[in-house]
Design a protein around this ligand. Structure first.
Ligand code: NAD
Ligand code: DAU
Length: 332
């Protein structure tokens, strides 16, 4: 394998993955990204031009996708509309990008017999009760709740069907909540960090007891590269780092990091249909492919992330006001 096409490589996880590829392999990378509001050229601007090229385009554009897929050895497909709150306001781009875009890529991978890795989410499995002793595994039934997660679930099923019906050489990974550098300020952790940098109060949906299973984005990247190089075609691998925390705990850790009072936050309108808890059992990935997370200490990962947002205000500041206006309009 010499060249990889990374869709969505100017977004949060995609850009971290491209950085991971450039620093740990000698692969050359083409990023295909529509440059939506969630993308940033700055996230990959410092990478060497002879190793990383950006093509601005839409994964729904069949002619462009066909040409790019044909000229690469593998596709790693991150591009998506990724934010649940947006999907509740306007599901349309989620259907287009997450479903039609994935279909378009699969057709090109099928035609040119190109290795395909599909990036997905633990949200396809719905949610768990807080006291449920079980976690999600590869055998858990799909039960997505939101327009976002249902379009991701549909895209996973397209991949499975293209493997079985057409022999496409694809793998799928479903990962839990990522955090780390280059994450858009609409998402929970960067939103609260940037509120605190601005001297404002964190905003907690509902009772704040919803649990997310946090993983550092660098661990997601190493897991995806492991699956791309060692994964078995047709298989699904769950990616997680045993990082369950409720949202209140995360807000309190951030308040402490900023020297603020533990109750210095606001409860705001809850998300409709808000999933209660996600939890990943990543035994298959660890035992079959030998992957281990390296950034499992959440408090030091969170401290590094706070420092990154302090050091990179020019990266996030342009999106902050518009994001907060959007939230204010829905009482959040
Ligand atoms: P993001 O919103 O930060 O980035 C998505 C990128 O895709 C952006 O650069 C955007 O411009 C691009 N894009 C959107 N529509 C496109 C289109 N039609 N054509 C080309 N490019 C397009 O998202 P993220 O948080 O980095 O998530 C990346 C992937 O990982 C998604 O597939 C998401 O479902 C999955 N995922 C995310 C998380 C998480 O915690 N953020 C966890 C598990 C899985
Ligand atoms: O589980 C993986 C998923 O994680 C990915 O598939 C999604 O792309 C990604 O966006 C993320 O989805 P969540 O909905 O869990 O992430 P979000 O950052 O939006 O919210 C995390 C939790 O924090 C959730 O319980 C809602 C809550 N929340 C969020 C925001 C933005 C708040 O309490 N306050 C906030 O201001």
């Amino acid at each position: 394998m010499h060249s990889v096409l990374v869709t969505g490589g100017a977004g949060f996880i995609g850009s971290n993955f491209v950085r991971h590829l450039i620093s740990t392999t000698d692969l050359s990378v083409t990023v295909l990204d529509k440059m939506t509001y969630a993308a940033s050229r700055e996230s990959i601007a410092d990478l060497p031009e002879d190793r990383c090229r950006l093509v601005v385009g839409d994964i729904v554009d069949a002619a462009l996708v066909d040409e790019l897929v044909a000229s690469h050895d593998a596709v790693v497909h991150f591009a998506a509309e990724s934010h649940n709150d947006n999907s509740l306001n306007d599901p349309s781009p989620f259907v287009q990008t997450n479903l039609v875009g994935t279909f378009t890529l699969l057709e090109a991978a099928r035609k040119h017999d190109v290795r395909f890795h599909h990036i997905s989410t633990d949200e396809v499995y719905g949610d768990l009760e807080l006291d449920d002793p079980n976690r999600f595994t590869e055998a858990t039934a799909y039960e997505p709740s939101s327009p976002y997660s249902s379009t991701k679930a549909g895209s996973d099923l397209l991949v499975r069907a293209w493997v079985r019906s057409f022999g496409v050489r694809a793998t799928i990974s479903n990962c839990s909540n990522n955090y780390g550098p280059y994450q858009h300020v609409e998402k929970f952790i960067p939103r609260q960090i940037t509120q605190l940098i601005d001297g404002l109060r964190p905003r907690l949906y509902g009772d704040g007891l919803n649990v997310r299973d946090w993983i550092h984005v660098e661990d997601h990247s190493s897991a995806v590269l492991t699956i791309l190089t060692k994964g078995e075609i047709g298989q699904t691998y769950l990616i997680g780092a045993d990082g369950e925390k409720n949202n209140l705990e995360v807000v309190r850790a951030l308040l402490e990091a900023f020297g603020r009072d533990a109750d210095d936050f606001d409860h705001v309108t809850d998300r409709p249909g808000h999933d209660r808890r996600y939890a990943i059992d990543s035994t298959k990935l660890r035992t079959e492919l030998g992957w281990q997370p390296q950034f499992g200490d959440f408090s030091s990962g969170l401290a590094d992330t706070v420092q990154w947002y302090r050091d990179n205000e020019s990266w996030w500041r342009p999106a902050k006001a518009a994001t907060e206006s959007m939230y204010a309009a829905q009482g959040q």
